[in-house]
Ligand binder design. Structure first.
Ligand SMILES: NC(=O)c1ccc[n+]([C@@H]2O[C@H](COP(=O)([O-])OP(=O)(O)OC[C@H]3O[C@@H](n4cnc5c(N)ncnc54)[C@H](OP(=O)(O)O)[C@@H]3O)[C@@H](O)[C@H]2O)c1
Length: 166
């Protein structure tokens, strides 16, 4: 099973502000949705709760939420008490590519385990308290998938790259 992280990251590494995303980029959301569809996704409890209620759990993919709160429950998700248990859950189910979808605490604890990173590089330096971990891009083979300009519905340009661990 491949372990992949998928994230949209500002030039200053910011990924979250006030518990939410710092931007609205519908075409990036479509890329996220298409790429992760049909695969297990693993996320932190805070990220799960930041998803508007009507969109969660994310459809057409098993949602694994990690929390240390033994009382936590929500309909139609898999709750695990550790990241390792969440990863094992996906492996036991026969998953081929597990997507770690954040947020910051979870990316920090899993980047060392990752085989692949899907990074949307957002051309902005937003304010925000949640950062993507630094990574040494000489240790990853980079493939640029697309460049997206600003347009009527995207007030920021972005490019989407895949990094495979060398
Ligand atoms: N730009 C992007 O691509 C992107 C993607 C995802 C999220 N985000 C943003 O990131 C922010 C949320 O990130 P965050 O760092 O605040 O929180 P988070 O990583 O989503 O969740 C943290 C929570 O996960 C649980 N947790 C963390 N490590 C654990 C472990 N080892 N074992 C069991 N449970 C564990 C804990 O839940 P309990 O407190 O319940 O124990 C912890 O409070 C939001 O602003 C969100 O919008 C951005």
């Amino acid at each position: 099973m491949i372990i992949s992280l998928i994230a949209a990251v500002g030039k200053n590494r910011v990924i979250g502000a006030n518990g939410d995303l710092p931007w609205q980029l519908p075409d990036d959301m479509k890329f996220f949705s298409k790429t992760t569809r049909g695969h297990h996704v693993l996320m932190g409890r805070k990220n799960f709760e930041s998803i508007p209620e009507k969109y969660r759990p994310l459809p057409h993919r098993p949602n694994i939420v990690v929390t240390r709160n033994k009382a936590f429950e929500a309909p139609n998700i898999i709750v695990e008490s550790s990241i390792q248990r969440g990863i094992e859950k996906a492996r036991e189910a026969g998953e081929t590519e597990l997507f770690i979808i954040g947020g910051g605490e979870i990316y920090n604890q899993t980047i060392a385990l990752a085989d692949r990173l899907y990074i949307t590089h957002v051309n902005a330096n937003p304010d925000g308290e949640t950062l993507f971990p630094e990574f040494d891009d000489t240790k990853w083979r980079k493939t640029e998938l697309l460049n997206h300009p600003k347009d009527d519905v995207h007030n920021l340009s972005f490019s989407i790259c895949v990094y495979d661990k060398i």
